[in-house]
Write a protein that binds this ligand. Structure first.
Ligand code: CTP
Ligand code: MG
Length: 335
């Protein structure tokens, strides 16, 4: 198929900026909610330290990367020496401790791809997943949070994209569409490549933060307060960027040849990564390189059916923003 997007919106898209911003504001979690999450983390830390004095808990995922909408579940990583035991045993012991201390719906999923304990906190009714030693996720959480501090337009764009993806049911990695993490990387890439660019590439700059996790060297510039004016010469606002994002994924991205790479701040050819054909279950129909696990394509879950669902949803979104007199309701209409 040959696809071509319009390069202009029929109506002045900026007219809808205040509506998009009010949707964004309604999604941002309140101070009160964030305090409750912190309190829950503290009480979990106490229990963990009692059992394993050298272990620690870290928040990761949307409650810590600043891309979490209100009432999301929280993701926690237990950092612990697991050389003498197995992750499964640690999780089973953790589940016992939680149950004894009054947490509800405690379940140890030891055979999941990422083994976790699920629980619900009885005081605030917050649901929570705890995994063991998934420290790369803690580091990529920091990378996303640091990007978010450079320019507030990233958070605005990503919240609206996530809200759209959930409404349109294209945010289910286990059903062949994309994870929230993948969508945030797509937003960062879009703001890196736009002209003039709104975000820099932190991994290409002089490293001020460096850790080695699972043998991977994770290094980037993290003095992001110094970058607050980075995107200053690009005056586009949230509504223009939202349209630009969908237009990019509907019509401008070369799905056959290209991989988006936040790590390099640009595009890499599929050829260069050997992602040109299906290997096992990895189909590489839309390629999103993980910033640290660079052999990891976050689009690998997408199959030959769901790729068309995704691309049609991108086109639908672009055309609604382009042509509708009142795009805001239609864009987020439940699937
Ligand atoms: N993650 C990862 N690799 C993936 C998927 C997720 O490393 N393939 C890690 C990331 O650190 C991500 C976290 O797991 O931030 C949680 O992933 P996900 O649930 O997709 O994102 P959230 O930001 O928690 O979004 P949501 O609000 O939808 O829960
Ligand atoms: Mg999450």
């Amino acid at each position: 198929r040959i696809r071509r997007g319009s390069i202009k919106c029929r109506y002045d898209i900026r007219r809808f900026s205040s509506v998009f911003l009010s949707i964004y504001n309604s999604l941002v979690p309140s101070e009160d909610e964030i305090n409750k999450q912190k309190q829950l983390l503290m009480s979990l830390k106490k229990l963990v330290k009692k059992e394993w004095p050298d272990a620690d808990l870290h928040l990761y995922g949307s409650c810590a990367n600043s891309f979490g909408v209100s009432n999301s579940d929280i993701d926690i990583c237990l950092a612990i020496d697991d050389s003498e035991t197995t992750k499964a045993d640690i999780l089973l012991r953790l589940a016992d401790i939680l149950q004894l201390n009054g947490f509800q719906n405690v379940q140890a999923l030891t055979r999941a791809r990422v083994p976790i304990v699920k629980l619900m906190d009885p005081v605030f009714s917050i649901s929570c997943d705890i995994c063991v030693n998934n420290l790369l996720a803690v580091v990529n959480t920091k990378l996303l949070r640091d990007y978010a501090q450079i320019d507030e337009r990233l958070r605005q764009l990503a919240f609206l994209v996530k809200h759209w993806a959930k409404s349109r049911e294209v945010n289910e990695a286990y059903q062949g569409t994309l994870s929230s993490y993948a969508y945030v990387l797509m937003c960062i890439h879009f703001l890196q490549q736009c002209k003039p660019s709104i975000l820099p590439c932190l991994q290409e700059m002089k490293a001020t933060y460096a850790v080695t996790v699972e043998g991977k060297n994770c290094a980037f510039f993290d003095k992001v307060k110094e970058l607050r004016n980075f995107g200053f010469s690009n005056k586009e606002d949230v509504s223009e960027l939202l349209w630009g994002f969908f237009n990019y994924w509907a019509y401008q991205h070369d799905y056959t040849n290209n991989v988006i790479s936040v790590r390099t701040g640009s595009i890499i050819r599929k050829h260069a990564k050997n992602w040109t054909k299906r290997i096992g279950n990895d189909r590489h129909l839309i390629c999103i390189e993980d910033p640290f696990e660079i052999s990891h394509d976050l689009g690998r879950v997408v199959d030959k059916y769901s790729i068309w669902i995704l691309r049609e949803e991108f086109e639908r979104a672009a055309s609604i923003l382009q042509d509708y007199r009142d795009p805001c309701t239609e864009l987020f209409k439940r699937y």
